[in-house]
Design a protein around this ligand. Structure first.
Ligand code: NAP
Length: 474
C-alpha cells in the first residue's frame, strides 16, 4: 500500500485493518483515519479523540491503541490542496477501511461534489445506521425517553438518494412527461401535469435485500427481538410495497431457522393454543372476516397457512417461535405514532431511504436530539462513522458545542471493531457526567440546576468518570 496519502506518511506504529472471508481483521494497533470536520468539528474532534484514547488506555492497559491518521476534506482540504475532497482522502479510507468524521461544510456555489455522497458511492456504503437509545439525565421532550432503544438501518443508495430527477420546464422533463403520458399512461385516466418537475424512485431487489440482511444480522448478533420493515406499501406498491415483500423473502429464505414473521406467528400460535383447529379456522384467525372475502382470496390464504405450517411448525411450533427473531412490518405514517407512543415495541427498523431520513431524526429528537445522535455509513467492506449534525458554524472554535454525537459515533466504531470494553466505558462515563449535570450549553438550557461546561471540560469530566465507572464495575 502507498506509504502516504495527501503527503502525510502512514504511521509506522500502526497496522491496517484487513478484510477477509467477510469479516474485518482488526490488529491491536489499527490505523484509523479521521476527518476533523469544519466549524465546530475542530473543537469536537479534539475533545472526542481524548475520550477515545483514554477509554482504550483504561480498558486495555496498553495492549491496544488506536493510531489516528488525519485525512483531509472540507475547508481544511480546500485550504491545503485547493480541493474539497482529494482523491487520496478517499483512497486512504478505502485502504484503511474504517474511518470517523466530524461534520463538513457543504460548499456554497455548487459544482462541488459532496463528501458524504462521494464516500457513499465510491465505497458503496449502502446502510445508514443510527442507533437511538436514551442516556440517563439527558433532557427529553417525552415522558419516558428510556423506553426507546432502536437501531435504524436506512437504505443509502436508492429511492430519493438515487438523485434521478428533472427540473420543471426543461426539455428532459418535457420528454419524460410526454413519454409517460403518451405511451406508459395511454388508455388510463392518469396524467402527469405538463408543468411538473419529475423524479424517479427506484427500489431494487439488490438494494433492499442487502440492507435487510445487514439489519437481520445485526439483530441476531445483538440479541434483539424484532426487525420491522418500514414502508409506504399501501400507496406505492411496486417500490415501497416491494421493499416489504423482498424483505420478508430475504428473511425467510436466508434466516429460516432463526426468524418468524409476525403473520406466521399468528398461525403457529393459533395451532399451539388449539391443535385441533382446521386450516380454515386458523386462516380465519389470521384474517378475521374471511368468510366475506372472495373465494380466490380464501383459497390462497388456506394454501398459505398449509404451506407455513408444513414448512415450519416442527421447528417453530409449541412456543419455539417465541425465541425467534420476529420480522414484522409497519406503514411509515403509523410508525411515527408508534415510536412516540410505544417505542418499547420496536427494536430494529429497516427502511427505504426517505422514510428512514425522517424517522431517524424523529427518534433522535426523543432522546436528546442532534448534539448526541451518532451515526455510521456502512457497506460490506468499509465503514465511516460520523456526527449526524452539521458544522454549527456560529459556535466554531468557541469550545462550547456538544461533542456527544462524535463521541457516540466512536462508541459505534469501537463496537464495530469488537472493542466492546472501550465502548461501554465511554457510554457509562458519559452518562455519569450528564447525571452529574455537567453538560454543554444545549443540554444546560433544558436542565434544572445544571452546570454549563465547555466542550473540552465535558471531555475532561468523562475521562475522570472513567475511573469511577471502572471502580464501580470491578
Ligand atoms: P447544524 O450545523 O446541524 O446546526 C443547526 C443547529 O443545531 C445549531 O445551531 C445548534 O442549535 C444545533 N446543533 C448542531 N450540532 C450541535 C451540537 N453538536 N451540539 C449542540 N447543538 C448542536 O445545521 P446547519 O446550520 O443547517 O448546517 C451548517 C453546515 O453544516 C452547512 O454547511 C450544512 O451543509 C452542513 N451539514 C453537514 C452535515 C455533515 O457533514 N454530516 C450534516 C448537516 C449539515 P442552536 O443554535 O439552537 O444551539
Amino acid at each position: 500500500m502507498p506509504a502516504q496519502f495527501n503527503g502525510v506518511p502512514l504511521p509506522s506504529s500502526g497496522a491496517k485493518i484487513a478484510y477477509r472471508n467477510n469479516s474485518f481483521i482488526v490488529p491491536d494497533n489499527p490505523i484509523i483515519p479521521y476527518i476533523e470536520g469544519d466549524g465546530t468539528g475542530r473543537d469536537i474532534w479534539r475533545a472526542s479523540q481524548r475520550v477515545f484514547d483514554a477509554a482504550v488506555a483504561k480498558s486495555y492497559a496498553g495492549k491496544r491503541r488506536v493510531v489516528w491518521y488525519e485525512v483531509f476534506a472540507g475547508e481544511k482540504a480546500f485550504r491545503q490542496f485547493n480541493n474539497w475532497l482529494p482523491d487520496e482522502t478517499v483512497d486512504a479510507i478505502r485502504e484503511l477501511r474504517v474511518a470517523i468524521k466530524g461534520p463538513l461544510t457543504t460548499p456554497v456555489g455548487g459544482g462541488i461534489r459532496s463528501l458524504n455522497v462521494a464516500l457513499r458511492q465510491i465505497l458503496d456504503l449502502y446502510a445508514c445506521v443510527r442507533p437511538v437509545r436514551y442516556y440517563q439525565g439527558v433532557p427529553s421532550p417525552v415522558k419516558h425517553p428510556e423506553r426507546m432503544n432502536i437501531v435504524i438501518f436506512r437504505e443509502n443508495t436508492e429511492d430519493v438518494y438515487a438523485g434521478v430527477e428533472w427540473k420543471q420546464g426543461t426539455a428532459e422533463a418535457k420528454r419524460l412527461i410526454d413519454f409517460l403520458n403518451n405511451e406508459m399512461l395511454k388508455g388510463t385516466t392518469k396524467r402527469i401535469r405538463e408543468d411538473s418537475g419529475v423524479g424517479i424512485k427506484p427500489i431494487s431487489i439488490t438494494g433492499t435485500k442487502r440492507l435487510v440482511r445487514m439489519a437481520i444480522q445485526h439483530a441476531l448478533a445483538a440479541n434483539r427481538k424484532a426487525v420491522t420493515l418500514v414502508h409506504k406499501g399501501n400507496i406505492q406498491k411496486f417500490t415501497e410495497g416491494a421493499f416489504r415483500e423482498w424483505g420478508y423473502e430475504l428473511a425467510t429464505q436466508e434466516f429460516r431457522s432463526q426468524v418468524v414473521t409476525e403473520r406466521e406467528s399468528w398461525m403457529i400460535d393459533a395451532k399451539d393454543r388449539n391443535p385441533e383447529l382446521t386450516i380454515e379456522q386458523i386462516a380465519e384467525y389470521v384474517e378475521p372476516g374471511l368468510e366475506f372475502a372472495p373465494p380466490k382470496f380464501r383459497d390462497e390464504l388456506y394454501a398459505e397457512v398449509r404451506s407455513v405450517l408444513s414448512a415450519i411448525y416442527n421447528t417453530h411450533g409449541q412456543g419455539a417461535w417465541k425465541q425467534k427473531l420476529m420480522i414484522n412490518d409497519r406503514i411509515a405514517d403509523s410508525i411515527f405514532q408508534q415510536v412516540v407512543t410505544r417505542p418499547e415495541e420496536y427494536s430494529v427498523l429497516a427502511t427505504p431511504n426517505l422514510n428512514g431520513d425522517y424517522i431517524s431524526d424523529a427518534c433522535a429528537a426523543q432522546v436528546g436530539g442532534l448534539g448526541i445522535a451518532p451515526g455510521a455509513n456502512i457497506g460490506d467492506q468499509y465503514a465511516v462513522f460520523e456526527a449526524t449534525h452539521g458544522t454549527a458554524p456560529k459556535y466554531a472554535d468557541k469550545d462550547v458545542i456538544n461533542p456527544g454525537s462524535v463521541i457516540l459515533s466512536g462508541v459505534m466504531l469501537f463496537d464495530f471493531i469488537g472493542w466492546k470494553e472501550a465502548a461501554r466505558l465511554i457510554e457509562s462515563s458519559m452518562e455519569r457526567t450528564i447525571l452529574q449535570k455537567k453538560v454543554t450549553y444545549d443540554f444546560e438550557r433544558l436542565m434544572e440546576g445544571a452546570t454549563k461546561v465547555r466542550t473540552s471540560e465535558f471531555a475532561d469530566y468523562i475521562i475522570q468518570n472513567m475511573d469511577v465507572a471502572r471502580t464501580t464495575a470491578a
